[in-house]
Design a protein around this ligand. Structure first.
Ligand code: SF4
Length: 255
């Protein structure tokens, strides 16, 4: 079953085994998921099912800047210092029309209140044709985690329920990002299996060309929409794939 959407612009901080004290930022609407992909495994359910009436409203960069200042001041006064601040939220954060300015405001607020905190981003890699998005990612984020989990355009189209042309757009766009982590979720369904050895071999070629700083491998940790019929890939297979990534000289971790 999909999980509920985030109901605020900031969520947490919560204790995370991986990130320590972790604060989330959601620059997207509160009443629907806003995303350019429709991943079979999305924790928020299918994008196309978000048939909420009216226009999607996003907070302006100025409203977000005020919220960062207000909430970070409160946390700092309570001596609750996050180790990491991650921009993600209800869909794809780079769809925010003023992503560059909201990212600058966040980086400035982080520098003022929590200079030791890492600034992370979860990004679906689909909007790197926008100069402002590329500038924001290169200038403001310490650890942008970029989605790249498909070998072929056919697998990309089937897993994300979009046009196959998008894969080339992702691959071209990633060449513009100076340093990034790859986030790759592996799954099997009747429509697509990106853990298939042939798919993985092509994906490894993408990695070899793009040389990310690190690759993070996952599978499903909660059941997605039942219609997607998506299933987790066994951990042994993830470890096997991660060893193939390391053989390229790229660090890899299985979560
Ligand atoms: S990119 Fe992320 S938010 Fe968008 S559909 Fe895929 S999993 Fe969901």
């Amino acid at each position: 079953m999909p999980i509920p959407l985030q109901d605020g612009w900031l969520y947490g901080p919560v204790d995370s085994r991986r990130y320590g004290r972790s604060l989330g930022v959601n620059p997207l609407p509160l009443d629907r998921k806003l995303c350019s992909l429709d991943c079979l495994y999305c924790q928020y359910g299918f994008t196309r099912a978000q048939d909420v009436a009216g226009r999607a409203e996003v907070p302006s960069a100025a409203e977000l800047a005020d919220a960062f200042e207000r909430e970070f001041s409160k946390l700092a006064a309570a001596k609750d210092f996050p180790d990491r601040i991650t921009v993600a939220g209800n869909g794809e954060p780079t769809l925010h029309p003023d992503f560059l300015n909201l990212s600058r405001a966040l980086a400035e607020a982080r520098d003022r209140h929590f200079p030791g905190a890492t600034l992370g981003l979860l990004c679906n890699s689909m909007h790197l044709n926008r100069d402002d998005v590329v500038e924001a990612i290169n200038d403001c984020y310490d650890e942008p985690a970029m989605k790249l989990e498909w070998g072929s355009a056919e697998c990309f189209a089937a897993m994300n329920q979009v046009s196959p042309k998008g894969l080339q757009r992702v691959l071209d766009g990633l060449t513009r990002i100076h340093r990034f982590v790859v986030q790759a979720l592996f799954m099997r369904s009747p429509q697509a299996d990106n853990s298939d050895p042939g798919e993985v071999a092509v994906w490894l070629q993408h990695l070899q060309r793009l040389r990310p700083e690190r690759v993070e491998l996952y599978s499903l940790d909660r059941p997605p929409e039942s219609q997607a019929q998506a299933e987790a890939v066994p951990r042994e297979r993830l470890i096997d794939i991660s060893n193939q990534v390391r053989a390229l000289g790229i660090p890899a971790e299985v979560y």
